[in-house]
Design a protein around this ligand. Structure first.
Ligand SMILES: *Cc1c(COP(=O)(O)O)cnc(C)c1O
Length: 432
């Protein structure tokens, strides 16, 4: 399997190179040259496979011979070493809970897979790889946890001071070892701009082997297909495939689901559920696409004005608006509706949604009001405890901190304070 750049101005690369580089030299996203087909018998008899076996069948074609089979099995098994339960909320709607990993959000899967692949590849080359990543909250923790102790890899996380939740901050500042947290006095956009400048800087690229760990990296994007296969194993009515609602920001997650579907996974319909940052729903409604300036919402992991993976969705469907529209519906959900949904679903069903899952729930319920004969599930992308202020106000009680997060409160935050300036970052990277 090789990967081409969607800007078509860079050479094709292997999975190994695509993982190490992150983005193509022409600034394009890498895309698989062929979409593998999953054997229909595997789909039909999915319950005869363990989740590790199924994950191997999905991932192996993408990795090709760049990782030997035994190592890939170890990587895949470590990546998915927790539960992905499909929990019934009511007759029509279930919740695929993707928050049972170590940092309580779905980004654990992509971050763990990528970190282990990069660790494997870095054994075969001289020198360290430095992973540079800006986070608005969840990515930082998942990346820190995924890369902790991986030899040959240094991780530098930039986060906006005072703008991440307490649990999120602890997750990314308490690891130590090969993980460094830079607390930037600025916004997430400032952090992202500093990281972008670093990738462009000749001195830094000479001194360090830099790579990014955001969802444009194929090793973070592709393993997200696995959630959808694990959900299928648990889906009770195989004759009637599910409608799937995905809370979407950068569109990596839903694009992975669409890729799984193109490979043969049965899905009735996809719903791209967005907050008011809705460039894609707007495109689905009108046929014309325009990036927007992101505005802050209570589902902050989806505050993206220009979703970087949407171009992969377009590529997957041959850039045909009509085809895309048939497969995906877009929804725009305001903060007010999101809050109301958290309150309603708790009162009526006894289920606690986080703000991102609530966006998806609202969209799916609305879709089912037009399609009462169908059933489906939301992807619940984060544990509600990551957003205690919003959720507790709506359900009227305190959330219990899950065991996986309790230990964090005993740990000491370690971060380096930094001005929101590229010069400061460069100085620190070269001399710290
Ligand atoms: C990152 C994130 C999203 C958005 O996922 P994309 O793949 O960027 O669309 C949704 N919910 C939560 C909780 C997240 O952390």
């Amino acid at each position: 399997m090789h990967y081409y750049s969607l800007n078509k101005q860079a050479p094709n690369v292997s999975f190994r190179e695509a993982t190490i580089k992150g983005q193509a030299p022409d600034k394009g996203l890498y895309f698989p040259a062929t979409i593998p087909t999953i054997d229909p018998l595997v789909i039909r008899n999915s319950n005869d496979y363990t989740k590790e076996e199924l994950a191997m069948l999905v991932m192996q074609p993408y990795v090709g011979d760049t990782i030997d089979e035994k190592s890939l099995f170890r990587i895949v098994s470590e990546t998915i070493g927790f539960d992905f339960p499909l929990v019934t909320i009511n007759e029509q709607i279930s919740s695929l809970e993707l928050f049972h990993g170590p940092t309580l959000a779905f980004k654990d899967v992509g971050a763990r897979f990528m970190s282990r692949c990069l660790g494997y590849f870095s054994q075969q080359q001289k020198g360290k790889v430095t992973v540079l990543v800006a986070t608005s909250g969840d990515t930082g923790g998942a990346v820190a946890n995924g890369f902790l102790g991986v030899e040959g890899v240094e991780v530098v996380i930039l986060y906006p001071s005072g703008k991440v939740s307490p649990v999120q901050e602890l997750q990314l500042t308490t690891c130590g070892q090969n993980i460094k947290a830079l607390e930037v006095s600025g916004s997430f956009d400032d952090c992202q701009a500093m990281v972008k400048d670093a990738f462009m800087d000749a001195d830094l690229n000479k001194a360090l082997q830099l790579t990014s760990a955001n969802s444009i990296n194929v090793a973070r994007w592709l393993p997200q297909q696995l959630y959808y296969f694990f959900a299928w194993q648990q889906w009770p009515d195989k004759a009637r495939p599910p409608v799937i609602a995905v809370p979407s920001g950068n569109f990596g997650n839903i694009c992975a689901g669409l890729l799984a579907h193109v490979s043969g996974l049965p899905v009735q319909h996809f719903i791209a559920a967005c907050n008011v940052n809705d460039a894609v729903p707007e495109y689905l409604r009108t046929g014309s696409y325009a990036a927007k300036t992101a505005v802050p919402t209570i589902s902050n992991a989806m505050d993206v004005g220009s979703p970087s993976n949407f171009i992969r969705v377009m590529e997957l469907f041959g850039n045909q608006y009509e085809t895309i529209k048939e497969k995906i519906s877009g929804y725009t959900v305001t903060d007010e509706l999101t809050r109301q949904t958290i309150a309603d679903v708790y009162q009526q069903e006894g289920y606690i949604l986080d703000p991102h899952g609530a966006v998806a729930y609202y969209a799916l319920a609305d879709y089912f009001s037009q399609h009462p004969e169908q059933k489906g599930f939301i992807l619940e992308t984060a544990h509600p405890v990551k957003f205690p202020d919003t959720v507790e106000a709506m359900i009227g009680k305190q959330l219990e901190v899950p065991a996986a997060a309790q230990h964090l409160f005993a740990l000491e935050k370690k971060s380096v304070s930094m001005k929101a300036s590229f010069a400061a970052l460069k100085e620190w990277l070269l001399h710290a």
